[in-house]
Design a protein around this ligand. Structure first.
Ligand SMILES: [Zn+2]
Length: 331
């Protein structure tokens, strides 16, 4: 199956668009992060993604497709499977009605489990289109429990010294995973407004957190609690109101030694809502597709796979320079 990358993925034989960043008549939207969406006339997405994007798609006519249900068109079917990345995130299985060929687009995915996300599921396919955000061998992450132990120890240390810990985190996905870990470890947690609003949508979708959800305002942040806040707003606004603030960044990019202690955080630890390099490779070697396309990340993954004997090609548009990897612009 031929696949083309042009600010999104296009399957010309079936006339299917996936995660296009330009407005289309019809397009699969794998999840609600802003680097995967545009104001399509008819987005095809999970009900949970629809809930997160209900204002964004107010003037559209979305097709709401729950996991495991199948949407049929004149020449193909579409079925979503959990991707383990954030609320509503989906892998998309497309099957040609003419040839029976199965094409799987992973979208952003995470194979490590937690108690917030619907777990990633293995889906067999003939052609695999795999996101390769961390598709370079330097991006292998330690065990999650090790990283979290270090994070919790550091947060306790800061609180014991009268510091105010702030965790930088994108508002959809990672923030809710971290909130769950912190609440499970007995921390009192407050959420910046945008993180709070999205966490309410998790609750609306039936996700259960250990304790109540607290909204941050400058007047209502107790000294013994932790704040989760997206990057950008935090440093400019929080430090204006509070002294003795300490910033922790949790990101897969921190395994790059040059970024271990980023300029914007006091400590940067490798925690991600994406698969690392080994997990990307493991998915391909497990599924053994006839053809693999890598997208949205380092091209090194496809080269590595070819050297291992797997037919693999990196999809990129000529205009975009992807040699430096994909820098995420998430909502
Ligand atoms: Zn994403």
């Amino acid at each position: 199956m031929l696949a083309i990358f042009d600010r999104g993925i296009y399957l010309p034989e079936l006339d299917v668009w996936l995660d296009s960043l330009r407005k289309k008549d019809s397009c699969v939207v794998s999840h609600a992060h802003s680097d995967h969406i545009a104001r399509h006339k008819q987005p095809i997405l999970t009900p949970e993604s629809g809930l997160l994007l209900n204002e964004y798609y107010m003037k559209s006519t979305p097709i709401s497709l729950p996991y495991y249900q199948t949407h049929e068109t004149r020449n193909h079917t579409i079925t979503f499977y959990p991707a383990g990345h954030c609320l509503g995130s989906a892998q998309t299985l497309i099957q040609s009605l003419d040839t029976g060929e199965k094409i799987l687009y992973t979208g952003d995915f995470k194979t490590r489990r937690n108690s917030i996300n619907v777990p990633f599921e293995l889906v067999s396919c003939d052609t695999l289109i795999i996101e390769s955000t961390y598709g370079h061998p330097q991006y292998t992450f330690p065990e999650t429990s090790i990283v979290l132990d270090i994070a919790m120890t550091k947060l306790k240390e800061w609180l014991n010294h009268g510091m105010r810990p702030v965790i930088y985190s994108w508002k959809l996905g990672k923030s809710q995973e971290i909130l769950d870990y912190l609440q499970s470890s007995g921390f009192n947690v407050f959420l910046e407004q945008s993180v709070y609003d999205i966490t309410l949508k998790y609750l609306e979708s039936g996700v259960v957190f250990k304790n109540a959800i607290n909204r941050f305002t400058p007047d209502s942040w107790p000294e013994d609690s932790i704040l989760i806040c997206p990057p950008g707003k935090a440093s400019s606004q929080i430090t204006k109101y509070f002294n003795r603030v300490k910033f922790m960044e949790l990101t897969g990019w921190s395994v790059n030694s040059g970024r271990r202690f980023s300029r914007r955080a006091d400590i940067s630890l490798p925690y991600s809502d994406h698969a690392d390099f080994n997990e990307l490779v493991e998915l391909v070697t497990t599924l053994k597709p006839k053809q693999t396309y890598t997208v949205n990340g380092f091209p090194d993954l496809s080269e590595y796979l070819r050297n291992q004997g797997y037919p693999a090609l990196h999809l990129s548009s000529e205009r975009s320079n992807q040699s430096q990897g994909h820098q995420m612009k998430l909502i």
